[in-house]
Design a protein around this ligand. Structure first.
Ligand code: URA
Length: 241
């Protein structure tokens, strides 16, 4: 890594905000290679320099991976002139330059959004070639039967040349408005809504509950987020289909 200002560098790790780091520097609690530093614009390279706060060595993470439980009414974008974005929901300490949502959920869809600054990883999990499954739960306005399950498994045609890859559809609760689970390996525009529309059904509610083998953390209320452990990041790349 190239040398960067120490306040920016430490804040990029998510634990302290930039102003908190400035405060730590002012109080003489930050050391670079054993030397107490006095200016927040002091430059350091985490690959070469040893950085400590109150004698504790910082282990620098190259990238950040955040699980967000997106509520309805928020857009999966980095900025928007009118609407709240998924990045607006992150606490100050996790707001780091170049974060973006890896894949989009519709404004009215809830659930698991991965936010990262690792473009290569995002590409890997989103590329349909890699078959990383994304699992959703949905409420449907009409009947779901074995025939529909079979058709989803065969691959739904969305008209023209657009043919979806095989999807797994399961009924979780049969009712007038059945509650289903659906797993797809692509992320076409409004894909699940369009797949049901192809059979004259409407999706009344949609929530993403899993990416790869990593489930949305039940403890996260809509609008809440947390950093993922390296083990959890690895689970996203695992195929379950
Ligand atoms: N499919 C949809 O139709 N909408 C989403 O937000 C995600 C998948």
């Amino acid at each position: 890594m190239a040398k960067e200002r120490i306040d920016k560098l430490i804040a990029s790790q998510g634990k302290y905000s930039r102003s908190q780091v400035k405060d730590l520097v002012r109080k003489g609690m930050v050391r670079v290679n054993g030397e107490r530093i006095r200016a927040s614009d002091h430059k350091a390279d985490p690959d070469e320099d040893q950085i400590q706060i109150s004698s504790q060595r910082l282990q620098f993470k190259k990238h950040l991976y955040i699980m967000l439980n997106k509520p309805k009414g928020v857009v999966s974008a980095t900025e928007d002139r009118r609407m709240k974005t998924v990045l607006d929901l992150l606490p100050e300490a996790l707001r780091r330059r170049n974060l973006f949502p890896a894949g989009r959920l519709d404004r009215d869809t809830e659930g698991f959004v991965l936010i990262t600054d690792d473009g290569e990883f995002a590409h890997r999990i989103l590329s349909p070639k890699n078959h990383i499954p994304k699992t959703y739960e949905a409420e449907i306005d009409g009947p779901v039967d074995d025939e529909l399950i079979r058709r989803f498994h065969q691959g739904v045609s969305l008209g023209g040349d657009t043919l979806c890859r095989p999807a797994e559809l399961r009924i979780l609760r049969d009712a007038e408005h059945p509650y289903v689970q659906i797993t797809i390996c692509e992320g076409m525009y409004h894909q699940i809504k369009r797949m049901f529309e192809a059979f004259g059904r409407r999706v009344l509610a949609l929530k993403r509950v899993r990416m790869g083998a990593l489930a949305l953390d039940d403890a996260l209320k809509p609008g809440e987020c947390r950093e993922l452990t390296p083990n959890e990041v690895g689970l996203i790349c695992m195929k379950r289909l």
